[in-house]
Design a protein around this ligand. Structure first.
Ligand SMILES: Cc1ncc(C[n+]2csc(CCOP(=O)(O)OP(=O)(O)O)c2C)c(N)n1
Ligand code: SF4
Ligand SMILES: [Mg+2]
Length: 281
């Protein structure tokens, strides 16, 4: 296995759930390469937050974007060169707060990108404010008396928006993470994996998750209603079992298939990009 390490020093807190995401995606990139997909054709994109540093730690093409804008950057890269595999990494604040509208429209379009959400249910980098997935009553830096609002269920929102691959994992289960990351990356269309990533410093949920998680078995991921029921079983606030695995998989035309059919293929596209660049100088 290629290490894919970079020169960057890792500054995540010891025990942070981001390490599992990092090691799982590295394993998946290695698997892709072993199966003949060149890593030169992979681009990873991140927002801003603790999660975002992941692009500094993996030696493939990357774009470190800004808070809430992972999705439009990933979409633009995919549209400019549909041969690339584009994988976005976003925080829950980043994806489900500031960048939520982008996520909904990417799902609606079924654009062929993968989003991996480091859902620690807190703003980690800015030291502990609540996010759209923090539970009711969450006490953090900006809510010392506890939040007064219910969390959203992002997978339910994504399902109703048109996403064609939806899964959930935790940072305490790397085998599952590797499987669902691989499925998501190979899926044709918009895929999203919500990772219950524990932030040991500002919201340590390891014990809570370990007691409640179970892997989906006998679940028909092709059935929208089954997916919806399983996604609703735990709504980020209630004390219920938490299903892990792929909830929904659907084969549907992608945005690129519907709209982008360059007549001359990659060579023609390169010429067009050169023209655009020449015009802009
Ligand atoms: C447009 C914009 N708004 C706010 C910020 C400040 N900011 C930086 S990171 C962050 C929160 C990050 O939380 P999350 O996306 O959940 O990532 P985590 O640190 O938990 O991985 C915020 C609010 C910013 N950098 N840019
Ligand atoms: S603050 Fe939380 S999310 Fe950020 S590196 Fe530390 S443990 Fe991880
Ligand atoms: Mg977060």
């Amino acid at each position: 296995m290629k290490n894919l390490a970079t020169y960057a020093q890792n500054t995540w807190c010891p025990g942070c759930g981001n390490f599992s995401i990092l090691n799982s995606i590295k394993a998946v990139l290695n698997m892709l390469e072993a199966e003949g997909f060149p890593l030169e054709k992979v681009v990873i994109v991140s927002g801003i937050g603790c999660h975002a540093k992941i692009v500094d730690y993996i030696n493939v093409n990357s774009f470190y974007s800004i808070h809430g804008r992972v999705v439009p950057v990933a979409e633009a890269i995919k549209l400019a060169n549909p041969e690339l595999k584009v994988i976005g990494f976003a925080g829950d604040g980043d994806a489900y707060g500031e960048g939520l509208e982008h996520l909904i429209f990417a799902a609606k379009r079924n654009i062929d990108i993968t989003m991996i959400i480091h859902n620690n249910r807190v703003y980690g980098l800015t030291t502990g404010q609540y996010t759209p997935t923090s539970p009711l009553g969450f006490k953090g830096r900006s809510t010392p008396q506890g939040t007064k609002e219910l969390p959203i269920n992002p997978l339910e929102l994504m399902l109703s928006s048109g996403a064609t691959y939806l899964a959930r994992g935790t940072s305490h289960g790397m085998d599952l993470l590797k499987n669902i990351f691989k499925e998501a990356v190979l899926h044709k269309g918009f895929s999203l994996v919500d990772v219950l990533q524990t932030c040991v410093t500002f919201y340590n949920m390891y014990e809570y998750y370990d007691k409640r998680v179970y892997e989906l078995k006998g679940h028909d991921a092709g059935d929208f209603n089954q997916a919806l029921n399983k996604i609703r079983e735990w709504d980020y606030n209630i004390d219920a079992p938490i299903a892990l695995g792929a909830f929904y998989k659907k084969d549907a035309p992608t945005f690129e298939e519907r709209s982008l059919q360059p007549k001359g293929g990659p060579a023609d596209r390169l010429l067009k990009i050169k023209d655009i660049l020449a015009e802009s100088v």
